[in-house]
Design a protein around this ligand. Structure first.
Ligand code: HPA
Length: 272
């Protein structure tokens, strides 16, 4: 496994001009943010050793290196999901590769169904903690001692300092700052109303099919993690509307300017 991560990182390193400081994973329908990257260098997953292909519409399948206001970034446009049939270790390979490239901060973004009654479609919510309902963990198997401990502490997966910087960014651009607990499921079927009621009872504020594998692997290897969920719909049973992936993408698309402004403001608060 370590060899695979090193080979992927070696391939990307040959193409890059400067080490990226911050990695951003763009969720469903949020890929347009990549247009903000200056001097972009694009690399398709199919060209990177050991990277798997994404099969989901709304997920492009490339990484883009470049700068945003002087800050070097690496952006993953199109993430891999377990529901596509990918092994969880393949889902987290990009994040582990970013660590080897010198990345310090990881911003994970996603589309989520809102469970908390305060949330409306179009809201951007900062993830303060998660509940892993996927039944999977990316750290299963022989531990890679070179990148992290066998039994990592999980009391602060989402870095408090980054969360504070997100709060500053939200306020600067006049957005309501809300935090919440993200519950991740395997998918691809959406939840039943009974499942959503259960997640609510457990303390979840929103539900989605990604983010948690990457957050666990990233925290394990010492990255500072932040998460932003775009509420694209009210979760099953909270609203009586039938859920469709097309509607999820459309709703994410509607907030793309707000989302881009928030990320740009957040990046400007990170040191160059
Ligand atoms: N459930 C799970 N994943 C999602 C949802 C949802 O309601 N909306 C967007 N991704």
């Amino acid at each position: 496994m370590l060899n695979q991560i090193q080979e992927a990182a070696d391939y990307i390193r040959k193409k890059m001009n400067h080490a990226p400081q911050t990695a951003i994973v763009l969720g469903s329908g949020l890929g347009d943010f990549a247009q903000n990257i200056q001097g972009p260098i694009e690399i398709r997953y199919e060209d990177i050793p050991h990277f798997k292909q994404t099969s989901v519409t709304g997920h492009a399948g490339k990484i883009i290196l470049g700068k945003i206001n002087g800050h070097s970034v690496i952006v993953q446009q199109g993430r891999l999901h377990m529901y596509e049939g990918h092994d969880i270790t393949d889902v987290v390979l990009p994040v582990r590769t970013f660590k080897l490239l010198g990345v310090e901060n990881l911003i994970l973004t996603n589309a989520s169904g809102g469970i908390n009654s305060q949330y409306k479609p179009g809201d951007l919510i900062c993830i303060k903690d998660h509940i892993n309902m996927t039944g999977k963990n990316p750290l299963i198997g022989k531990n890679i001692d070179e990148i992290g401990p066998r039994f990592p502490d999980m009391s602060e997966v989402y870095n408090k300092e980054l969360l504070h910087q997100l709060e500053t960014a939200f306020k600067k651009i006049g957005l309501n700052f809300q935090t919440g607990i993200y519950c991740s499921v395997l998918g691809p079927s959406y939840e039943t109303p009974a499942e959503v009621r259960m997640f609510k009872t457990l303390g979840a504020d929103m539900v989605g099919m990604s983010t948690v594998p990457e957050a666990i692997a990233a925290h394990h290897c010492g990255l500072r993690v932040a998460g932003i969920a775009c509420i694209t719909n009210l979760a099953s049973g909270i609203s009586l509307e039938v859920l469709k992936h097309e509607d999820v993408k459309d709703e994410a698309n509607k907030v793309k300017d707000k989302f881009s402004n928030l990320l740009l403001e957040t990046i400007s608060l990170l040191q160059s």
